[in-house]
Design a protein around this ligand. Structure first.
Ligand SMILES: [Zn+2]
Length: 253
């Protein structure tokens, strides 16, 4: 496959799929990794991946959603993911979220451990959410020996971003880079061989005056433009390197 732009993390089933797909194609976005967060969106992700060549199925379990599920339902869902493994490029969106109630931390660790173990068993990358749980998430992934790790929208301290890079993992530059000094710093300073770009569509629209959930994969180009501009690189060279990163983590496409 010739190098193209990649949206490594979005929730494509929440976008107006057909129109958004046409605009993505027009913009040169040839790979869209859509995330699952629960049984229903995992099925949606699978269907979209089967229907559109450029859409890649990720299946996951959002940490807050997982808290509402019984162990047997989580286990059943993970079995379902394993059964569909040949259609699944990564386990995402998965992770931990300590934003709310502290009493759930141990439970989240227990569930995330199960999820990461499955990813290791299936030899799939994990695309990881870590809001307010950055250190704990990194520590757990380290303990479990995870290697193919993409930390999505990572907002932890700079030394933790460096630890992610030292571990050989990946960080993303989201389209909200327009209003985040931290993401601008990733775009400028971190090794390009360990970066991806994402929209988290329909969330995180690059224009902060847009309050509707109308971000979409075509907008991922704005993250690439930030990287190219801040480094004084050609846009195509950034695209090609990020594409190589994709092949390193996911295999040839
Ligand atoms: Zn997301």
């Amino acid at each position: 496959m010739t190098p193209c732009y990649i949206d490594i993390h979005c929730h494509f089933e929440r976008c107006p799929t057909e129109e958004a797909l046409a605009r993505a194609e027009q913009a040169g976005v040839g790979i869209i990794c859509t995330q699952g967060t629960d049984p229903a969106t995992n099925i949606a992700s699978l269907k979209l991946g089967k229907k559109h060549a450029s859409v890649k199925t990720c299946m996951g379990l959002y940490p807050i959603t997982a808290l509402k599920m019984k162990d047997e339902d989580i286990d059943l869902m993970l079995i379902g993911i394993a059964q569909q493994a040949e259609h699944v490029v990564a386990l995402g969106e998965v992770g931990m979220d300590f934003k709310e109630d502290e009493t759930h931390h141990a439970r989240q660790k227990e569930i995330f451990t199960k999820v990461v173990k499955l990813a290791l068993q299936l030899n799939k990358p994990v695309i990881v959410h870590s809001r307010k749980a950055e250190l704990a998430t990194i520590e757990l992934l380290e303990q479990l020996g995870a290697k193919k790790v993409i930390m999505h929208c990572f907002c932890g301290k700079w030394n933790l971003a460096e630890r992610i890079i030292a571990n050989g993992w990946y960080l993303t530059v989201p389209t909200s880079v327009t209003r985040s000094e931290q993401f601008q710093r990733y775009a400028k300073e971190l090794p390009l061989a360990q970066l991806f770009c994402e929209t988290d569509a329909p969330y995180l629209h690059p224009d902060k005056t847009v309050t509707t959930l109308s971000n979409e994969p075509a907008n991922v180009l704005s993250s690439y433009v930030w990287i190219a501009t801040l480094r004084g690189m050609k846009l195509e060279d950034v695209r090609d390197q990020v594409f190589r990163n994709f092949e390193t983590v996911f295999g040839k496409v």
